[in-house]
Design a binder for this molecule. Structure first.
Ligand code: BJW
Length: 257
């Protein structure tokens, strides 16, 4: 496996006409006070992943799963975007003002990119503050009345088919949204810069997006505290906190060709 030499954010100049795809993970929200999944003190330290992030876990103990997501909904109320989120807004605006394009594919379900002002966002793993029916065959897929509420005692039921309602996130073994996947692949196939930020690179299909981007001929950059599991697939690695690296990386470094 090829060892990646760390680069500096100042080494890169993203031109205003670039076609950029950014993929983000839990690391970008860490400095807003949200726990990541796999780091020490991560979300799954007290809750094994198979108990809270699979349809089987929900079927076995829906009360426990709702408690887990209700706590996260509560914690999210106090969080605001950080300088990493803001930097991606700056990049999007700069590219849109030039001839470039920008697509942000986020694995995060916290909505902080939208809160910061990002516009072209694909929520590839769903949304923590949306609620849907757990019965895939139910016509009443979404019930906005239940969004953002907390359920520590009783579990809400679908008004249409009476099945339990569940958080509208993508669990292991479930298909990602078709519309979201189609938009992501379209953007990846035409990108010339691909930047992954704050993700461990272990969860598929998103972990393979770097290869899609490389097949399109893109320059690929990883911004993370440490080399991710799929770091070998990237051209460049910038080691550091996203809130410090991204503002320097996206700064307009003069006229572009
Ligand atoms: C910082 C930082 C700072 C910290 N600055 N950095 C191919 C091969 C093998 C398996 C599969 C495969 N294709 C599909 C699978 C199965 C499975 C999978 O990937 N399994 C692997 C784990 C082995 N994938 C699926 O099931 C997906 N569905 C699917 O593919 O359907 C078709 C299919 C199904 C079954 C078989 C085959 C095909 C669905 C995946 C859904 C993932 N859902 C979750 C939960 C969402 C709800 C919730 O929030 O609770 O999404 S899992 C969890 O992991 C969450 C995250 O979005 C995702 C990624 O985590 P992320 O963001 O990378 O966080 P961490 O904690 O892992 O990493 C944080 C990083 O940040 C660290 O590296 C830190 O160092 C860094 N960091 N502070 C910069 N300040």
């Amino acid at each position: 496996m090829r060892a990646l030499l760390p680069s500096e954010p100042g080494d890169f100049k993203i031109p205003n006409h670039a076609q950029v795809v950014v993929v983000t993970g839990a690391g970008i929200s860490a400095e807003s006070g949200l726990r990541t999944f796999r780091d020490s003190n991560g979300l799954w330290e007290e809750h094994p992943v198979e108990d809270v992030a699979t349809p089987e876990g929900f079927e076995a103990d829906p009360e426990m799963v709702w408690r887990f997501y209700s706590q996260r909904r509560e914690q999210l109320r106090d969080c605001v975007p950080n300088a990493g989120h803001d930097a991606l807004v700056t990049l999007e605006q700069r590219l849109k003002a030039g001839d470039g394009s920008f697509t942000l594919i986020t694995q995060n379900v916290d909505g902080l990119h939208q809160a910061a002002g990002s516009e072209e966002v694909i929520n590839i793993h769903g949304n923590l503050c949306e609620t849907k029916c757990s019965n895939n065959a139910c016509a009443q897929a979404h019930n906005t009345e239940w969004d953002t509420k907390f359920y520590f005692a009783h579990i809400p039921r679908c008004g249409h088919c009476n099945s339990y309602l569940r958080p509208a996130v993508v669990w292991f073994g479930e298909m990602l949204g078709l519309d979201e996947q189609r938009k992501a692949i379209n953007a990846l196939r035409r990108c010339d810069w691909f930047i992954a930020v704050g993700t461990s690179g272990v969860v598929y299909p998103v972990a393979s997006y770097v290869q899609e981007a490389r097949a399109a001929g893109a320059q690929t950059l990883l911004v993370n505290l440490e080399p991710s599991q799929n770091a070998y697939a990237f051209h460049h690695f910038i080691e550091g906190k996203s809130s410090e690296v991204l503002p320097k990386l996206v700064a307009d470094k003069g006229s572009s060709t």
